[in-house]
Write a protein that binds this ligand. Structure first.
Ligand SMILES: [Zn+2]
Length: 107
């Protein structure tokens, strides 16, 4: 998922309900989606009216997700807009675990 976002410069905006419904909110996938929103946010993610299915985060994401996004934005403040690598580019291993002995992903 991280590779794909870097490649295409596009971020998923319809996964929060699924992720928060299936994994704990401190799981890697939930934290990654929160970081995408917090650091890469784009007004259109919230305001666009593209989804006839109504399955995008703007209508479906749970309050827990938005709370986590806002908490990150408030905590990081201007750091959110700093140039340079985003958290998932700096250390992608923070979003998953490696079994003992397996090497970490290279940056
Ligand atoms: Zn890794």
């Amino acid at each position: 998922m991280i590779e794909r976002t870097i490649e295409r410069k596009k971020y998923p905006n319809y996964m929060a309900k699924w992720a928060f419904g299936h994994f704990p909110k401190d799981s890697g996938v939930c934290r990654l989606l929160v970081d995408f929103y917090a650091y890469q946010h784009d007004e259109s993610w919230i305001t666009m009216e593209k989804s006839k299915l109504g399955r995008d985060d703007s209508v479906q994401a749970p309050a827990e997700f938005w709370k986590a996004v806002l908490a990150t934005v408030f905590k990081e403040g201007p750091n959110i807009y700093a140039s340079g690598p985003k958290p998932w580019q700096k250390d992608r291993c923070q979003y998953h675990k490696h079994p003992d002995g397996e090497p970490k992903c290279s940056a």
